[in-house]
Design a protein around this ligand. Structure first.
Ligand code: ATP
Ligand code: MG
Length: 443
């Protein structure tokens, strides 16, 4: 691959941006959340520069509703905090401010220079990877540290223009996802950008620019060095962004899925195993549908689905060695989860949920005794949905699905986390959970 060295030099030059005035673009304040506008205006009124940047600008230009709004300013984190009572400074690699309004968080970051522009020592690179990234700059420094041209458009609250240093507007119009600078360097600095390329191209229907595309196979292995907690966060964005199916296909196409779910990936590569693929596709389809309808989705369920096949393979071996089905599933579940968390470290509530869903698959097969206890299990509903999914993927459980559908109709409190009255108390209370801290990472 040719590695042009131009971008490094570009970063040192002061390039003039294209300014697109208000009457020549489609961003209107009506599309920006009130809270984001509040933040933009308060910064501006305090004498700071303030711009909307990233997904907010990109998505509005594409005619889509932004997921969230990111603001960038020349105010330093402490100065931002002074302006907003509802503000928290976060971040280790770089500090930024979260300004909270109820459920909505506006992320406010200070202009930063890309690491190689600075020689002040506050930015830090190891083997090409960015370790610390806290060198403040101005807008014409900040633009070069961003990943894709379409993510580097700034909407100026001062005059409502768009500031475009990198040809992002043209790329958006051309449906092209282009990295800023040299792909080799940008992937080495932060390998997660490869996953972001897949995410944005799948979600927004964009073509990854050939140079950025080619470099993926060469640099993919760098993802092994990314902390498991960050990969988990990224995995959620990939699969819970409303287009999990395309994203999954694309991750497989670029051979990146294995860095997220190595155990599953291996099974998907076995040609005679068609079931895991069908099953995962069905799970992702349901996830997308639920999100589209505005229903909730939980990572615990998705996890149970993606790891189902690796868990089953191990459980089958245990069964062949004489363990009972339930023991086999529990033991296999432990093994699969403990292997998985070295790729994506997950909060315990999600791994517990996956284990519960798997164990309940066995209990759902027993239809005569203890219906009530199964129905009252806090994860009954999820386990039932899982059984439904298996049936949709071709397993012969329609009778069971019908049975449990009927049982639920007769038991109004089925699957509720808490029993709200004394009605149908389970015969014996479950033991209190040993670990009350549900949020701690399972690692
Ligand atoms: P969305 O919020 O819809 O997922 P986004 O583009 O806003 O997409 P964020 O993760 O919110 O993505 O980041 C905001 C902006 O910060 C990005 O648009 C990009 O300019 C910059 N950015 C985020 N992550 C990186 C990264 N790993 N490398 C370079 N720039 C990044
Ligand atoms: Mg964003």
């Amino acid at each position: 691959m040719t590695v042009p060295d131009k971008p490094k030099k570009v970063a040192r030059l002061k390039i003039k941006p294209t300014i697109i005035p208000r009457d020549q673009h489609t961003i209107s304040r009506a599309f920006i959340s009130e809270n984001a506008l509040k933040v933009l205006y308060r910064l501006k009124n305090a004498g700071y520069k303030s711009y909307l940047v990233g997904g907010g600008v990109r998505d509005i230009l594409l005619g889509r509703e932004p997921k969230d709004f990111d603001v960038v300013t020349d105010a330093k984190p402490e100065q931002i905090r002074e302006l907003f009572r509802n503000c928290r400074l976060i971040g280790r690699r770089f500090r930024l401010a979260h300004v909270r309004f109820g459920d909505e968080i506006i992320e406010v970051s200070t202009f930063r220079a890309p690491h190689h522009v600075s020689d002040q020592g506050a930015g830090h690179v190891e083997d090409g990877r960015i370790i610390r990234d806290n060198v403040y700059g101005d807008i014409d420094d900040d633009v070069w540290r961003r990943d894709f041209t379409i993510n580097a458009l700034f909407y100026n609250i001062e005059d409502f223009s768009i500031v475009d240093y990198v040809g992002g507007v043209k790329d958006l119009e051309a449906g092209q996802l282009k990295l800023i600078g040299d792909p080799a360097q940008r992937y080495t600095e932060d390998p997660v950008r490869m996953l972001r390329a897949v995410r944005f191209s799948s979600k927004l229907g964009l073509r990854i620019h050939p140079e950025a595309e080619q470099a993926i196979s060469q640099y993919a292995a760098l993802l092994e060095e990314i902390p498991a907690a960050r990969l988990f966060e990224e995995m959620l964005k990939l699969f819970m962004g409303g287009c999990a199916i395309q994203t999954f296909e694309s991750l497989r196409h670029y051979d990146l899925f294995k860095y997220l779910f190595p155990q599953t990936d291996k099974l998907l590569d076995t040609p005679e195993q068609d079931y895991p693929h069908t099953f995962i596709m069905q799970a992702l389809k349901n996830t997308d549908q639920r999100l589209d309808e505005g229903s909730s989705v939980t990572p615990g369920f998705l996890l149970a689905a993606i790891l189902w096949e690796p868990m089953r393979v191990i459980a089958d071996e245990h069964i062949a060695n004489g363990l009972s089905e339930i023991e086999a599933v529990q033991l296999a579940g432990d093994t699969v989860i403990s292997r998985q968390i070295s790729s994506t470290a997950m909060p315990r509530r999600f791994t517990h949920m996956a284990r519960d869903i798997w164990s309940l698959q066995i209990r759902l097969k027993r239809t005569r005794k203890r219906s009530i206890r199964v129905l009252m299990h806090p994860k009954f509903r999820a386990a039932f949905d899982f059984l439904l999914l298996r049936t949709q993927a071709g397993e012969p459980f329609q009778d069971l699905v019908d049975y449990w559908t009927k049982e639920q109709l007769e038991e109004p409190f089925a699957g509720k986390e808490k029993i709200k009255s004394g009605y149908h108390k389970p015969r014996s209370r479950r033991r209190p959970r040993k670990n009350r801290n549900n949020n701690s990472a399972d690692s």
